[in-house]
Design a protein around this ligand. Structure first.
Ligand code: ATP
Ligand code: MG
Length: 328
C-alpha cells in the first residue's frame, strides 16, 4: 500500500522485490494524464524470473501513458455522444415549434377570413328565429344554425389564440389554486362521467409568473381530455397534483384511461391531431396548451402506458421575486 501511495503520489513507477509469497517482482505504475491520476496498474513476475529492470519500467511508463490516453478517449467519446443527443433533442423541439407556427399562421389567416361571414350567419339566423310567424320547427332549425355557428366561432377563437396568442397579463399565480378552482367548475361534469378525483393540491407552493386564465385553460384542456379518455370504460380515477420540483412548479394530470397508442404519442401536440369522431374533437386543445405553456417559459410533456393511462405534466418556472419589490 505504501509503495502504491508512493507511486501514485509521485506519478512514477515503483518496483518491489518479492512483495508477496510467490511473486518475484512487481511494478506499480500510475495511469496519469496531464496531472490527473486515473488509476494504477500492477504487473507481476512469478517464480524464478528476473526482477523487473530499468527497461521494463520504461515500457510500463509508456504503456501507462497509452492506457491513460485510451481512458481519456473513451471519456471524450461518451461526452460527444451525450452532446449529440442533446443537439438532436433541441432540433426535434425546434422542428416541432416551427411546424406549429407554420400551421398556426395558415390557420390564423383562414380563421380570420371565416370569422366575419360566420358572424353574419349567426346574426341573421338569430334575427329570423325571433321573427313573428316562424313555425316551431323552423325556430328549432334556426336555433340549431345559431348553436352550430357559435361552435364554429369557438373553434376559430381557439385557432386564433393558438397562432397569435393574446398578450398575457402576467402576475404571480398559485398554480395549485388555479387548478383547484378549475376543478371546482368542472366538478359536476366529472361526477356525471363517473370520474373520481384525487386532489393533491397543497397550499403554499411558490408562485409562477403567469396568466391565470390561460393556465386555467391549459389545465381544463387536460382534464377534459382525461375525462374523454376514461369515458370509454365508463369513468375512472383522475389524479391532479401540484408540487415544487427544483425551480419549477409541476402540475400533473393523470388518468387511468386507455392511454395513447405509441404511434400517436409524438403527434398529440400537433394542431388538428385528434382521434375523436368528427364534431367531438378539433385536435386543438393540446396544441393551444403547448403554445400557452411555452409562452410561460414552461414545458408540457406526456407519458402514457397503453391500457393503463396517461400522465400530462406541465412544468412552470417559479416566479423570480424582484429584489426591489421584496425590499419594498
Ligand atoms: N388523457 C388522454 N388519454 C388518451 N388520449 C389522449 C389524452 N389526452 C389527449 N389524448 C389524445 O390526443 C388527441 C389530441 O388531444 P387534443 O386535446 O389536442 O384534441 P381533442 O381533445 O381531440 O380535441 P379538442 O381538444 O380540440 O376538443 C386526442 O384526440 C386523443 O387521441
Ligand atoms: Mg382536447
Amino acid at each position: 500500500a505504501e509503495a502504491l501511495a508512493d507511486a501514485a503520489g509521485r506519478g512514477v513507477p515503483v518496483v518491489l522485490d518479492k512483495p508477496a509469497p510467490g511473486v518475484r517482482s512487481a511494478v506499480f505504475f500510475p495511469l496519469s494524464l496531464k496531472g490527473e491520476l486515473l488509476g494504477m496498474l500492477e504487473a507481476r513476475r512469478a517464480g524464478e524470473a528476473e526482477p523487473f529492470g530499468e527497461a521494463d519500467v520504461r515500457h510500463c511508463s509508456i504503456l501507462g501513458a497509452q492506457v491513460a490516453q485510451a481512458v481519456l478517449n473513451a471519456r471524450l467519446y461518451a461526452d460527444v455522444q451525450e452532446r449529440m443527443r442533446e443537439v438532436q433533442r433541441i432540433q426535434d423541439q425546434l422542428v416541432h415549434a416551427e411546424k406549429l407556427s407554420a400551421v398556426g399562421r395558415l390557420a390564423a389567416g383562414v380563421a380570420h377570413e371565416i370569422n366575419n361571414p360566420l358572424t353574419a350567419i349567426m346574426g341573421f339566423a338569430d334575427l329570423l328565429r325571433r321573427e313573428d310567424g316562424m313555425g316551431e320547427a323552423q325556430k328549432t332549425d334556426l336555433g340549431r344554425i345559431v348553436d352550430e355557428s357559435r361552435r364554429c366561432k369557438r373553434i376559430i377563437q381557439d385557432l386564433m389564440r393558438f397562432s397569435r396568442p393574446a398578450p398575457s397579463v402576467k402576475a404571480p399565480v398559485d398554480a395549485a389554486a388555479v387548478a383547484g378552482a378549475a376543478l371546482e367548475l368542472f366538478r359536476f361534469e366529472l361526477r356525471r362521467a363517473d370520474v373520481t378525483v384525487v386532489r393533491e393540491l397543497p397550499d403554499g407552493l411558490p408562485p409562477v409568473l403567469g396568466d391565470a386564465s390561460k393556465l386555467e385553460q391549459v389545465f381544463l384542456n387536460l382534464v377534459v381530455n382525461a375525462r374523454d379518455a376514461m369515458a370509454a370504460k365508463g369513468g375512472g380515477t383522475l389524479t391532479v397534483r401540484a408540487e415544487a420540483v427544483g425551480a419549477n412548479v409541476r402540475l400533473s394530470v393523470i388518468d387511468d384511461g386507455p392511454g395513447i397508442a405509441p404511434e400517436d404519442l409524438g403527434r398529440v401536440f400537433e394542431p388538428f391531431f385528434t382521434t375523436k369522431p368528427v364534431g367531438l374533437g378539433t385536435g386543438l386543445g393540446l396544441s393551444v396548451s403547448f403554445g400557452i405553456v411555452r409562452e410561460h417559459g414552461g414545458v408540457i410533456k406526456v407519458d402514457s402506458i397503453p391500457g393503463r393511462g396517461c400522465a400530462f405534466v406541465v412544468d412552470l418556472p417559479v416566479a423570480l421575486v424582484d429584489a426591489k419589490e421584496s425590499a419594498a
